[in-house]
Design a protein around this ligand. Structure first.
Ligand code: G3I
Length: 365
């Protein structure tokens, strides 16, 4: 999808024309409605502070999202800050908001190399006991049994830069403690706690054309093939979709081939964390908005063309709250907000919103 200048210009012109005719008037149905009408789901990550204290953004979450996920409050550092001292409050609150607004909820994430409380990191290093993982999974998955659309059981277990032949993240405290088998164990524990909720493996940076991405795709496919071959209870693959517009190359052919291999294993597909980093882009925000929209459309067109694809969540809804704007390597040095989400900082619909709506409309059944 790396758009050369000509197609970018064409894309920009088309989007501008589209924008003027279709407009982003707030009376257009929310993305949640458009997605549902086309057999897809669209949603966003969120957090309790937004839902409690930001009336504009929480209203937009109600209007646009058909599924929610906690951006960080269902991670271990927030759920179990001290041994056996669980805090389910924030996850309960977001799940309650979703239920009250007819939205689905998904869980993110049970086992990750990051966002672990220090007591756990120490325990894993000093006295590794699988119960440190399985007891937690059982506690959390049992609590939300039957209420979640899906779980990200394991997140980002691949890291070819760690040098292992299988491309796994051997630097993960879980891999250090239990070896690669921790992944199977985590999925079995989740399935024992909940007999039916679809269990996903979630991975990042598998979307681009460069060799760095290709190595991650190969390791991810190898991991998924192994899980399926061992009859580990995994039903879906979460492709995060953190796209780096001006720093990486993307093509529909690359994404299409990869998703075909994933779905050939019988797995469902969900774009779980879509956003588009606009760092290093042109100074004109309108140009960046058009470029972001063109890449979004091109990326989602190929994702939604796969029957196995369930839908897409963006990693945030409005530019006013995006991890991109506060993360080294993505944030603008002058402090301006990244423009990688469907709504602007005033919760107004941007060309990226129209790009998602257009991709949904033209989903190939
Ligand atoms: O808001 C609280 C603040 O009240 C509190 O004082 C402070 C003390 O810890 O924490 C603040 O929360 C922080 C939160 O971001 C809000 O800014 C958390 O510490 C911090 O860990 C959290 O970072 C999140 C990060 O994952 C780690 O959990 C980011 O929001 C979130 O966007 C990011 O999301 C990840 C996905 O889970 C996996 N894929 C990559 C993606 C981006 O890194």
């Amino acid at each position: 999808m790396r758009l050369d200048r000509r197609s970018l210009l064409l894309g920009t012109a088309a989007l501008a024309a589209g924008a003027s005719t279709r407009g982003f008037a707030q009376e257009q149905p929310g993305l949640r409605v458009q997605a549902r009408n086309h057999g897809l789901v669209y949603g966003t990550c969120t957090d309790t502070n937004t839902l409690r204290n930001d009336p504009d953004l929480s209203a937009a979450v109600r209007t646009e999202a058909g599924i929610l996920v906690a951006e960080y409050e269902t991670k271990r550092s927030h759920v179990e800050p001290a041994p056996d001292a669980y805090d389910f409050g924030p996850t309960d609150f977001i799940a309650g908001f979703a239920r009250a607004n007819g939205q689905l909820m998904r869980g993110h994430t049970l086992v990750w190399h990051a966002s672990n409380p220090s007591w756990l990191e120490e325990a894993l290093a000093s006295r590794p006991d699988e119960k440190l993982m399985t007891d937690y999974i059982r506690a959390l998955v049992t609590r939300y049994r039957g209420r979640f659309h899906s779980w990200d059981v394991v997140n980002e277990a691949v890291e070819p830069e760690d040098g292992s032949p299988d491309g796994l993240r051997t630097s993960s405290p879980w891999h250090r403690a239990f070896g690669p088998g921790y992944i199977d164990t985590a999925f079995h524990a989740a399935r024992e706690a909940d007999p039916s909720t679809p269990l996903f493996y979630n991975e990042t940076n598998v979307e681009g054309d460069e060799r760095w991405f290709a190595k991650r795709r190969a390791a991810t496919l190898k991991l998924l093939e192994g899980l399926v071959a061992r009859k580990v209870p995994v039903q879906g693959f979460g492709m995060q979709g953190h796209l780096k517009l001006y720093r990486s190359r993307y093509s529909q052919a690359t994404v299409s081939r990869f998703l075909d291999e994933v779905s050939a294993m019988g797995l469902k597909i969900l774009v779980t964390e879509l956003d588009v980093a606009d760092i290093a882009g042109p100074a004109d925000p309108a140009r960046r908005d058009a470029d972001v929209a063109a890449l979004t459309k091109s990326f989602l067109d190929v994702c939604f063309s796969k029957p196995a694809t369930l839908g897409c969540l963006t990693w945030g809804l409005s530019d006013k709250k995006s991890w991109l704007s506060t993360t080294k390597g993505y944030q603008w040095p002058d402090g301006q907000l990244s423009r990688g989400l469907p709504l602007d900082a005033d919760c107004r619909r941007k060309p990226m919103w129209a790009a998602i709506a257009d991709a949904i409309q033209y989903k190939h059944a």
